[in-house]
Each structure stands twice: as C-alpha cells, then as structure tokens.
Design a protein around this ligand. Structure first.
Ligand code: CTP
Length: 131
C-alpha cells in the first residue's frame, strides 16, 4: 500500500487542482493532502486566501481522490509531515521542480506538470475583469 502526500493552498478550487490530486492519487493507494494555513499562505503568496483554511480543507477532503487532509503550518516542517504520515511518495507541481529533491532520502519525489492556462490568481482576475 503506497501512501502519497502533496501540499498546496487549494483556494477557489479549479480543474488544475482536481487534476493534480487525481494524478497524485493514481501514483499510489492513499492520498494525504497538506492544505496551507491562512498564515502560511499569506507568507508564501503575499495575499489572503478567499476561503479560510477550514473551508479549503473541507472542500479538498470532499474530493473522491483525497483520503485525508491536514493543515500545513510551516514550510520548514515538510520533512516531518512526510515522516509522520509515513508517505512513500511526495508529489508537487512542476512549478516546484528540484526544490524538494532534499526529501529523496525520505520518499520518492515526483513533480507533475501543471494544467496549462489556469490558476486561482487567473480565475480571480477573470472574475474581476468580468464584474
Ligand atoms: N496546480 C496544477 N495546475 C494548475 C494550478 C495548480 O497542477 N493550473 C497544482 C500546483 O502545482 C500545486 C497544487 O495544484 O501542486 C496547489 O496549487 P495552488 O498554489 O493552490 O494553486 P494555484 O492555482 O497555482 O494558486 P495561485 O494562483 O494562488 O498561485
């Protein structure tokens, strides 16, 4: 039984999110998702998420490919999250390519290509432009 772990903000869910979660789940048997806390997101992206960390967790948990969710409080704790969840594979979008190779001593590290032409930022821009 292979356990897969991945991380992200998953604000204003879109098809790019759904596809990476589906592909991550297909690499193993059980998918665990670390959802960035509001404060980690603010630190990482310099902007406030639209949905709260609890709403984002609830939405991600409801997806059929996702088995378990938890809050990612700190970028520095990735190694601990991988160990505590006994993950065999870490999946990240290829926007992070190479950045997580340091965890190759703990698990396999796989970067999946992002879905082209969509992101939460772009969705929000489109909504603003059409308002
Ligand atoms: N992702 C993807 N394809 C996209 C957008 C995101 O595969 N078009 C993946 C990311 O690589 C990451 C996960 O989805 O592994 C969560 O990404 P997140 O940062 O929450 O989403 P973005 O839409 O990129 O958000 P933003 O525009 O705020 O940066």
């Amino acid at each position: 039984m292979k356990r897969v772990i991945t991380f992200g903000t998953f604000d204003v869910l879109h098809v790019g999110h759904v596809r990476i979660l589906q592909r991550a789940r297909m690499l193993g048997d059980y998918l665990i998702v670390g959802v960035s806390t509001d404060s980690l997101n603010l630190q990482k992206k310099k902007k406030k998420a639209i949905y709260s960390q609890f709403e984002r967790m609830e939405i991600v948990k409801s997806l059929q490919y996702v088995d378990e969710v938890f809050l990612e409080h700190s970028l520095e704790s990735k190694g601990d999250y991988i160990k505590n969840n006994q993950a065999d594979i870490l999946v990240m979008g290829d926007d992070w390519k190479g950045r997580f190779d340091i965890f190759k001593n703990l698990c396999d590290v796989i970067y999946l290509p992002r879905t082209e032409g969509i992101s939460t930022s772009e969705v929000l821009e489109n909504i603003k432009a059409s308002a």
